[in-house]
Design a protein around this ligand. Structure first.
Ligand code: MN
Length: 749
């Protein structure tokens, strides 16, 4: 590979990748694979590589992949992928042998060590352990497993690299798996765990490929849609893009800077992520198309940047200097977005060959063959514009001391663990969640049905509060109820969008169901008042006659008081004398009746009176009027919060009293709030009590303020304040009711 002394631009690099990488090409023979390794590591042992290849072929024997290929083609392709990032001989051999201990009955680790040495055996062991982690089923092993996962990848970063190559190839052949569910599970795990890990160690092309393949399985429609749009956009802008490429070339030639230009197109999945994150349109994704300009030196990176900024207008807030401050995984480049010809936004990434190599191979780029030893190359790191003592200090020190525990990966992982948390299901499935996630998020990450029925959680075997944030390695057991049910106060019990959306949906369905049960209750009560047994009537027929699309729709409309019970009964039983059983002796206290009910010394005759929507004054309440501009006189109870707003405007106040007429038999609406335990049937129970006490429910709404409790707000037609007090007392007598209050302020507006 290039080092600090190479100053020219290596045009041969443009012809990558090597053969045998793509799945539609035949996999490599042992000679081809060994040749590929020897090309970058001249002292590699050809015979040992051949031996590992033959061992894998022999031990996997007649086994076939689901694709129909011989099984050993899989380790060969994994090894080829590893060779394509020029990893050392031991890693290539581990790639060839990675499935033998797990899958072949007559192979154990001791044998691998005997035949291929400790280094290779340790790598194979590490990869095997990572594999077991996926299928582990013993609950008690989980915390231990998690540690293994960390340790196996931290002790030797090559274990992770083999695992990532393994997973990449498994993703390429995932479509051969028969069960959709297991395809989705593998794809999800890849998206959540392996692709981010690949990014963290800078293996972007593996990460992108894994993401794209996982995206294909998880959301094929979205991917197809984006690809289609990309192609349309690309063909529409083809000429523009060609012009820009030409312009870059001309400008660089004029300045005498040698360069190589690569066009790049954003991956469908990263476009999708952008579309998801920000509410922008497809065309609004500015960096869909861009160019990489590869030059010989760091100085020329900055020179080119200056040239481009002189030539075209740049977007200052999109400029990034990853050369002076590289990313933790070693990525270095200058990024800038310019407004090129045709007013088109184009992202330019300017870098040296070495930076480009690092960008493609990530952490693997810093392993290089040198002085008969394969190890981390400080020179190449410096040439790439990185100062190991500053930005990659841990990495450099560690590897110059012989490649012990990989602090670099540790660093990358630390960063990852700040934003993510790993937890396990009782049967060993690893679940990756955003940091701060709670048991409900976990439940939804496992399965929507688990989230919908979530009723509690045990963490590491101990029942815990639902509001606890999960920690790395927690084993989470979700306690489920039989039927789906939203969790009260779920807004404070989850952080992931998935859990939120699902609970919101559940809440809506649940409310609908509650209104329907209230509606049924109201209708049945009314029927009984007419001496009709609700059991004997055909509700379906009634709903048809009343013009509803089904019984549930009718109940819901009644419960929501969008429909009058008396109208439904009138339509259903045309001969029935509605007045006889339910004489309409109630006069609702509304604005129309107000003038005859309210008196006041300073009341101007003819003034418009309004009853406060906020406090619903009823006869018996102490009341006051407030003159409001353009509204007339609004009547409030003296305790109403709205009145407090006029404390400093006594000139607007009018003293009022109820008339004698108001105190005799006029019905008014009182609004009360009931806090009750969130049990099934609570609403129906309360409706019955209100009805028995002679109250007429005109409306109800439910709210969830605290977990385990439900707040119901009733609008009840009552005779007077005393009547309302009686109803409140009757409600308080119910075991499930915690608190009953009259609402006198406009809490629900
Ligand atoms: Mn494998």
């Amino acid at each position: 590979m290039a080092n600090a002394t190479v100053k020219s631009v290596d045009r041969s690099r443009a012809s990558r990748p090597p053969r045998g990488i793509r799945d539609d090409e035949p996999f490599l023979t042992k000679e081809e694979l060994a040749g590929m390794v020897l090309a970058y590591q001249p002292d590699a042992d050809r015979a040992r590589l051949h031996k590992a290849y033959e061992f894998a072929r022999e031990k996997h024997g007649e086994q076939l992949r689901q694709s129909g290929d011989p099984y050993y083609s899989h380790p060969v392709r994994v090894a080829t992928l590893l060779a394509s990032v020029r990893l050392d001989e031991a890693t290539i051999m581990a790639g060839l042998l990675h499935d033998t201990v797990e899958d072949c009955d007559d192979v154990d680790l001791a044998q691998i060590e005997d035949l291929f040495g400790t280094d290779v055996a340790e790598l194979v062991d590490g990869v095997t352990k990572l594999g077991q982690l996926e299928y582990q089923s013993e609950a008690s092993k989980q915390a231990e497993n998690f540690q293994k996962f960390i340790l196996a990848t931290v002790n030797d970063i090559r274990v992770l690299l083999v695992k990532l190559a393994d997973r990449t190839h498994n993703m390429r052949t995932l479509h051969h798996k028969k069960k959709e569910e297991s395809r989705r599970r593998v794809a999800r795990e890849t998206m959540d765990l392996y692709a981010p890990l690949a990014r963290r160690v800078g293996l972007h092309y593996l990460a992108s490929e894994m993401e794209d393949l996982a995206f294909q399985h998880l959301n094929p429609e979205a991917r197809a849609q984006i690809l289609h749009q990309l192609e349309t956009l690309e063909s529409r802008n083809k000429d523009d893009l060609e012009r820009i490429r030409l312009a870059i070339r001309q400008v660089m030639e004029r300045e005498g800077i040698e360069c190589r230009i690569k066009g790049r197109r954003k991956e469908p999945y990263s476009i999708w992520r952008k579309l998801e994150k920000k509410s922008i349109s497809f065309e609004g994704v500015a960096d869909i198309f861009g160019f990489r300009v590869i030059v010989d030196t760091v100085e020329n990176c900055y020179r080119s940047l200056g040239v481009f900024h002189t030539e075209w207008a740049c977007l200052p807030d999109r400029f990034r200097d990853f050369i002076s401050v590289p990313k933790p995984n070693g990525y270095a480049s200058l990024h800038t977005t310019v407004r090129a010809s045709g007013n088109r936004l184009v992202e330019l990434q300017i870098r040296t060959e070495d930076m480009d190599d690092t960008a493609e191979r990530g952490v693997a780029a810093h392993w290089t063959y040198k002085n008969s030893a394969y190890g981390f190359d400080m020179e190449s790191s410096k040439a790439a514009g990185l100062d190991p003592t500053a930005n990659l200090k841990a990495f450099g020190e560690l590897l110059s001391h012989g490649g012990d525990a990989n602090d670099f990966l540790e660093h990358a992982k630390m960063e990852m663990y700040r934003t993510h948390v790993f937890a396990f299901t009782p049967n060993g499935r690893l679940v990756l969640l955003p940091a701060g996630s709670m048991p409900l998020d976990f439940a939804y990450a496992v399965h929507t049905a688990v989230g919908d029925t979530c009723d509690g959680a045990k963490i590491n075997g101990v029942p815990r509060n639902m509001r606890v944030a999960l920690e790395n390695g927690d084993v989470v057991e979700i306690i489920r109820r039989k039927d789906p049910r939203p969790l009260p106060g779920y807004e404070t019990l989850c952080v992931t969008g998935r859990a939120r959306a699902a609970q919101r949906k559940l809440r809506r369905e649940f409310e609908t169901q509650q209104f329907a049960s209230l509606g049924r209750n109201l209708l049945e009560r009314a029927l009984r008042q007419h001496q009709i047994d609700p059991v004997s009537v055909d509700m379906r027929k009634i709903s048809e006659r009343a013009g509803f699309d089904g019984v549930q729709a009718m109940f819901e409309a009644l419960g929501r008081t969008q429909e009058e019970v008396s109208r439904v009964i009138g339509v259903a039983f045309p001969g029935l004398d509605l007045d006889a059983a339910n004489p309409d002796d109630t006069v609702t206290l509304d604005d129309e009746h107000a003038p005859s009910l309210i008196a006041g010394e300073n009341l101007t005759p003819g003034v418009t009176l309004h009853l406060g929507e906020c406090c619903h004054p009823i006869p018996g309440d102490r009341i006051i009027g407030v003159r409001e501009p353009q509204k007339g006189l609004v009547v409030h109870t003296i305790y109403c919060g709205q009145v407090a707003k006029y404390d400093d405007r006594p000139d607007l106040w009018v003293d009022l009293q109820w008339t004698e007429l108001a105190k005799s038999g006029v019905r008014a609406i009182g609004r009360i709030s009931v806090n009750a335990a969130d049990h099934k049937g609570v609403l129906a129970q309360q409706c019955t009590v209100v009805a028995q006490a002679g109250g007429n429910i005109r409306g109800v709404s439910t709210h969830n303020r605290d977990p385990g409790f439900m707040e119901l707000v009733f609008d009840i037609e009552v005779e007077d304040l005393r009547h309302l007090e009686q109803i409140k007392a009757a409600l308080r007598a119910l075991a499930v009711v915690e608190r009953v209050e009259r609402l006198e302020e406009s809490e629900f507006e």
